[in-house]
Write a protein that binds this ligand. Sequence first.
Ligand code: PLP
Length: 405
Amino acid sequence: MRESFLPFARPTIGDDEIAEVVDTLRSGWLTSGPKVKRLEAAFAHYVGAEHAIAVNSCTAALHLALAALGVGVGDDVIVPTLTFCSTANVVIHLGARPRLVDVGRDFGIDPGAVEAAIRGARAERRRVKAVVPVHFAGQPCDLRAVQSIAQREGVFVVEDAAHAAGAEYHGRRIGTFGAATAFSFYTIKNMTTGEGGMVTTNDAGLAARVRRLSLHGMSTDAWRRYEGTGTWYYEVDEPGFKQNMTDIQAALGIHQLRRLDSFIAAREQRAEVYSAAFAATPELEIPVVQPDRKHAWHLYVLRLNLDRLELDRNSFVEAMRALNVGTSVHFIPVHLHPYYRRTFGYQPGDFPTAEHFYKQIVSLPLYPALDMQDVRYVADCVLQLVAGHRAPNPSWLAAGPAGAA
Ligand SMILES: *Cc1c(COP(=O)(O)O)cnc(C)c1O
């Protein structure tokens, strides 16, 4: 038994990050400025996109990308129900309606459900303007299928890549498949700026609008207004938002991005230890890695085979806590939240795959700062709980005690 609590997640911050933040603080320029420009250029280069716009969260990135694509009142936006609430909340902020759909066996948005949702909207004389697939846990969804449906139906794809910085689909980094891609640099994501996010796109017009909307709709940003050659003058073409990233955040991000590939490798190595430990245990289902994708391993989502266990997921989480291990659940399906039920009439039973997974899933600690001894401790705790709570063999029960027939 561990003496101290093992947190579910924690960031890895090194001396370079600290020195860069201090340098920013001493420089006198704290808000969006030279370091934001550096991070944007480096991130665009990393994902192979022509444009990157740094913002204050992935939620802001999704919001701005959809806003810049013209999503507004009267539009529908397709969102998988097995995601963080903000993927759907931003649609509501724009006055549009989230049309939730189920996920497939790979945890990604179900392309068949996307088609059905577009048909459903048409039957109600509503228009689907965009679809927001989520690259769940860091593994890209079936992008080819989603893109071909979207192209045929004239629907924009905006990727929620909150988990997927550094992930690849068919040999190409996530960041240029959809009209725009939204990344998260939240504290416990694969790379962090404390809070932060990024929009990437290959569309210059879209990039310019996202940038403008991120800072009040102003024609020039503060850095350009206040530097030596700048001008005080600006125009507001449309009322924008206040969602820009600061140079303090970007200072962190510049060094986190340099370490991203090594962070992912460390996560993958830990995930492999878990999967090897659990592979032969029929009470557990390990994550399935698709051969045509590079998983960024933001999360290790284990599934409990509840038919074979005498404890449910919630008791499992509690039992892990009692063993001093923090775990989490990704995610409570959006349609089960009170606001979404009340407002759109969603009910339990609407999305069977997501609900089935929701009952089974538990996310285990997975981060570079987790040492291998901790990984083994977590795996041992899981196996110990399983061994202590095996359900009686159902086929043996059905046959009855030997000789009873
Ligand atoms: C974390 C997360 C977000 C939101 O990211 P923020 O940067 O915190 O706004 C959006 N979608 C998913 C799937 C996430 O996990």
